[in-house]
Design a protein around this ligand. Structure first.
Ligand code: SF4
Length: 353
């Protein structure tokens, strides 16, 4: 499994043999209203050939984390501290030029909305072949051949002719496939997929997720899959990081987290998902309240204003003391292990079916 080796608050070890190693990452934005702590002390490792799912609501810090890895924040309004090592190379203080080189041939991103990410003015083939030419120095003919090959790999029928189509001539699912082809054209070793299937219907969603898994096997890439939907990671990711208010609140293998989740926020996420086994007349249970302001997050546990279990913790720890995420499998919550298990068995498991 992907090893996540240190708490979010303690200084993390500097050495790691992981392909991607993130240590005590903090990302802050300056706004007119003050400093937004979008990511607040995050550490994890990801190995080659593995997929890490990062789940959480909007504003949890998952996309900000990944834009930091790619070096896509505006340095004038963003302060990034901590360490992001990709294959042993530090990215936090890397030059813009170096990051540009790494984006495309070492790391790439698949965006949520292919229609926005693809230019309407250029053919699909040109948009796939240009980055290949830029990063490899290939000729026009070689790059076109490569675009045809990549379209074939992602399952576009008749790639020799469809390579000259414009994005509007492709269906939504085909555009998403074309964007995956564009992301993979230089064989990136790290692929970041941000809600890659949100805009697609369920059947196409499953096809795209299967395609990502197949391509991962072929290319051996490490993948970060960002989503708000635990159902998406269930069959795709090896490990899971649950984020809330810029922090990791639970982690473990996908199997461990989905079978026996330990954090009240993860319970809430699971409870708000439709279950195959549940009665269709039973309403979904959204998590009450909304995510906190990152300008002024609550003291103690950031989930405390929404948590229905905080009275089970002795004293006022939930509102005064920040819970730490233990090393390895675990959750950042003051509930005792026995309490967590009891609540899960009595209140959560029956709802999940
Ligand atoms: Fe709820 Fe307290 Fe655990 Fe936070 S620390 S999730 S408020 S029980």
């Amino acid at each position: 499994m992907t090893t996540l080796t240190k708490t979010e608050d303690a200084p993390a070890p500097t050495e790691s043999d992981a392909f991607l190693s993130v240590r005590d990452l903090r990302v802050q934005f300056s706004t007119e209203d003050g400093i937004v702590k979008a990511v607040d002390g995050l550490s994890f490792d990801l190995q080659r050939g593995k997929t890490l799912g990062i789940v959480g609501e909007s504003g949890s810090g998952k996309s900000v984390t990944n834009l930091s890895i790619l070096g896509l924040h505006n340095p004038r309004s963003t302060k990034i501290t901590g360490s992001i090592e990709l294959d042993g190379e530090e990215l936090v203080d890397a030059s813009t030029k170096r990051l540009e080189t790494l984006r495309g041939n070492k790391m790439a991103m698949i965006f949520q909305d292919a229609l926005t990410a693809l230019s309407p003015y250029y053919t699909i083939g040109r948009q796939i072949s240009e980055p290949f030419r830029k990063h490899t120095g290939a000729s026009k003919k070689e790059a076109r051949d490569r675009a045809v090959e990549m379209l074939g790999k992602v399952g576009i029928p008749s790639p020799q002719t469809r390579v000259d189509d414009y994005p509007h001539q492709f269906s939504g699912g085909m555009r998403q496939r074309a964007m995956i082809a564009m992301s993979l054209v230089c064989n990136p070793e790290l692929l970041i997929a941000d809600e890659p299937t949100t805009a697609l219907d369920v059947t196409v969603q499953a096809q795209i997720l299967d395609l990502l898994k197949d391509l991962q096997q072929e290319f051996g890439s490490a993948i970060i899959l960002i989503t708000h939907d635990l159902g998406v990671v269930a069959n795709t990711a090896d490990d899971l990081l649950v984020m809330y208010a810029g922090r990791a609140v639970e982690r473990g293998s996908v199997r461990e987290v989905l079978k026996a989740p330990q954090h009240p926020y993860t319970w809430g996420l699971l409870g708000s998902m439709p279950q195959l086994s549940s009665d269709v007349s039973e309403p979904l249970r959204p998590i009450p309240g909304s995510p906190p302001s990152l300008l002024n997050p609550p003291a103690g546990c950031p989930f405390n204003p929404r948590c229905e279990y905080r009275d089970l913790v002795e004293g006022d720890r939930c509102v005064t003391e920040r819970p730490l995420l233990p090393a390895g499998r675990g959750a950042a919550c003051h509930l005792s292990a026995e309490r967590k298990q009891q609540v899960f068995i009595e209140n959560i498991q029956p709802r999940l079916g």
